[in-house]
Design a binder for this molecule. Structure first.
Ligand code: SF4
Ligand code: SF4
Length: 369
C-alpha cells in the first residue's frame, strides 16, 4: 500500500505565509473530513519544557484549531504529564508550563486539557494482541476523544534518533506509568572516567537513586543504584559530559518497538479518525522535553500532512536526510545521513515495526503543493 503525504516547503511570501501553507495542507490531506460535526477532536501537541524555545510555535496550533472549528469539530489541545523531573509532572505545573511557552486557551482559541489528569493517573488500559506490550496505559482524554489530530515537531531524539508523529503518539499519549514501562529496558551506567562529579544528574533523578561516591584518585563520581532505577533516561539527558550513555546495542530497538505498540494503542479505537501534521522546522538535535535547545542541524524544510502515521514520519525523516546540514549545527560537515551524524541509532526500526503492526505504510507518494 502506498500512502499519500502532502508537502509544503518552508518558504513564504506576502502572498502565502506559513500559516496559509498549513491551511492548504490541512485541506489537501482532507483532515477536516476525518471527524464528524460535533466530534470532540483532540489536538495532540508537545508544548515544550520551559527553557526550550525550539518547540512548535502556538500560531500553528491556533491555525489548526480554527480549521477544526470551520469543519464542525470541537477542538481541545492536549498533552500528558511527564515521568521525569521538570515542570510538567502534574497538570497544575503542566498548564503553567504551557502558558509560559505561549499556549493558553486565549492564544489557541480552544481549551487545554492535560490528558492524563491532575497527577497522571487518568488512565485507560488498552489491550493489544500480538505485541510486546499486552496492555498500554494511555491517557484517558486521548482514548475518549472522538477524533485526533497529531501535530508533531520533527527533531532529533537521543533514544529514538528522531521524534515525530509515532513518538508523539506512543510516548506522548502514555501516562507517566506507561512512560516508565516504555523506558524500563534502559539500564544506564556511569562511566567513571568521563564523570566530572559535578552532581548535575542527582537532582534530576525522579527516584533519587544517584549518589556521589569515591572515584579514581581524589575524585568523586556518580553511582546509580540499579535496583531503584526506573530507567527514565533523565540522567543521560542531563549529563553534559556523556558520562551516562545508553546501551545503544539493545535498548533503542526495544524502546522503539514498545513505543510503536503504544502508538497503536493510542489510536486503536479511532484508526480512521486520526490525522497528522509534521512541522519540519527548527530541527533541533534534542527533544522538546529538554529545558534548552541547540541550533537546528538542518535549515527549515517545511510541513507534511497525511492520514498515515508511518508514511508521514518516513517522508519527514527522508526530507531531512536529503537536506544539507546547517554549517553551525551538530551535523555540520556530514556527508551522509545527518540523523545518524547526531545519534548513532537506527531510527528506521520504529518505522519498520509500526508498519508491521498495522499503523501505516512506509511506502509513500510525496505530493508537493
Ligand atoms: S554523571 Fe554527568 S551529570 Fe552526573 S555527576 Fe557525572 S558528570 Fe555530572
Ligand atoms: S538513575 Fe535511573 S531513574 Fe535516575 S535519572 Fe537515571 S535513568 Fe532515571
Amino acid at each position: 500500500m502506498t500512502s499519500k503525504v502532502y508537502f509544503h516547503d518552508a518558504s513564504a511570501s506576502s502572498k502565502k505565509n506559513r500559516l496559509d501553507k498549513v491551511k492548504s495542507l490541512f485541506n489537501r490531506a482532507r483532515l477536516g473530513q476525518i471527524f464528524d460535526k460535533g466530534d470532540k477532536v483532540a489536538i495532540k501537541i508537545h508544548w515544550g519544557e520551559p527553557g526550550n524555545v525550539g518547540f512548535l510555535p502556538p500560531p500553528y496550533v491556533r491555525t489548526v484549531v480554527e480549521m477544526v472549528k470551520e469543519n464542525g469539530g470541537i477542538p481541545f489541545v492536549t498533552d500528558t504529564n511527564t515521568l521525569y523531573t521538570g515542570m510538567r509532572r502534574n497538570a497544575i505545573d503542566n498548564i503553567a508550563a504551557a502558558a509560559s511557552n505561549g499556549f493558553t486557551a486565549q492564544t489557541l482559541g480552544a481549551p487545554i486539557i492535560v490528558a492524563d489528569g491532575l497527577v497522571g493517573r487518568d488512565t485507560s488500559n488498552v489491550s493489544l494482541e500480538n505485541s510486546t506490550v499486552k496492555e498500554a496505559k494511555i491517557a484517558s482524554a486521548i482514548v475518549d476523544a472522538d477524533a485526533m489530530l497529531v501535530l508533531s515537531h520533527i527533531k532529533g531524539h537521543m533514544l529514538f534518533g528522531f521524534g515525530g508523529a509515532l513518538k508523539n503518539l506512543g510516548m506522548g499519549c502514555a501516562t507517566p506509568a506507561g512512560k516508565q514501562i516504555l523506558h524500563s529496558d534502559i539500564q544506564p551506567e556511569v562511566k567513571p572516567d568521563l564523570c566530572q562529579g559535578d552532581a548535575l544528574c542527582i537532582p534530576r533523578c525522579p527516584v533519587k537513586c544517584i549518589s556521589l561516591v569515591a572515584g579514581p584518585g581524589q575524585t568523586r563520581v556518580a553511582k546509580i543504584d540499579s535496583a531503584e532505577c526506573i530507567g527514565c533516561g533523565e540522567c543521560t539527558a542531563t549529563c553534559p559530559h556523556q558520562a551516562i550513555p545508553i546501551n545503544w546495542t539493545t535498548t533503542p530497538a526495544a524502546i522503539q518497538h514498545k513505543t510503536a505498540d503504544y502508538a497503536l494503542a493510542a489510536v486503536k479505537n479511532k484508526l480512521a479518525k486520526v490525522g497528522y501534521l509534521n512541522f519540519i522546522i527548527q530541527v533541533t538535535p534534542d527533544c522538546d522535553c529538554c529545558d534548552w535547545n541547540d541550533v537546528a542541524f538542518v535549515p527549515d524544510v517545511g510541513f507534511t500532512a497525511s492520514t498515515d502515521a508511518v508514511a508521514i514520519d518516513t517522508a519527514s525523516v527522508d526530507l531531512v536526510a536529503k537536506t544539507p546540514p546547517s554549517p553551525n549545527g551538530r551535523a555540520a560537515g556530514c556527508q551522509g545521513d545527518p540523523w545518524r551524524a547526531i545519534y548513532d541509532i537506527d531510527y528506521r526500526i520504529i518505522l519498520d515495526y509500526a508498519e508491521k503492526i498495522g499503523l501505516g505504510s512506509r511506502q509513500y507518494e510525496l505530493i508537493e503543493l
